[in-house]
Design a protein around this ligand. Sequence first.
Ligand SMILES: [Zn+2]
Length: 226
Amino acid sequence: MENINLTHNLLTKIYNELNRDIFNNELPKIPIVLSRAFKKSAGVYIHVVNKNSRKVIPRNITISLHINHTLNSIVTLLAHEMIHLKDSLVNPDYCDPKYDPHGSFFQTESERIKSGFNINIEKIFKMNNGATLKGTINMVLFSIRGKKHMISCSDGYVVKIASELLDKFPNVLDEIYVVKVPKSDAESYTREFRSIKSAYPADDIWDLYCDNPKYDRTNLTNLIER
Ligand SMILES: [Zn+2]
């Protein structure tokens, strides 16, 4: 199949058609963004956690330009991200660190879409550079009193950090984003990290991993308030 020239209009049109035909128009109209920043992930569903209700608010679906898009691949890719979007709206535990976004909900939806609409949903897409995806980079991007912070962390910390921020800074937290990006190896991690860093110029950048002894409940406050 021939490569196609992706435009925002085309993506929006396909999104709307998939929403109507496959998702019964139940998904909100969210922006579909084309990006050169994501070099290892074909598509990413980006959402925000509302600081009061703690509900997931869909932000956008970002599609990487580092993939040879055909009409078929873009339909498959958008449908894949739209399953995540639907999942985040119907399953309250979607943001739970133990929740597998490609688990039973994803598989049931994939089966439904395959049998009903003959669209094969893949978990992983082939990038132009042939990179394979292993694991996830999690980023919590947030702003407090106008100062931007970025935390990269392992799966187990995403919700912990987000809830802690929502608890401790209910009045001064301007925004909070949770970004999950598949990663392949150390080198691509560094590149991906730099891309996100340039897209979200934070004043403070921290790495927090489960085995990092620096992390405890007071640490977060100290780091922010210093
Ligand atoms: Zn996925």
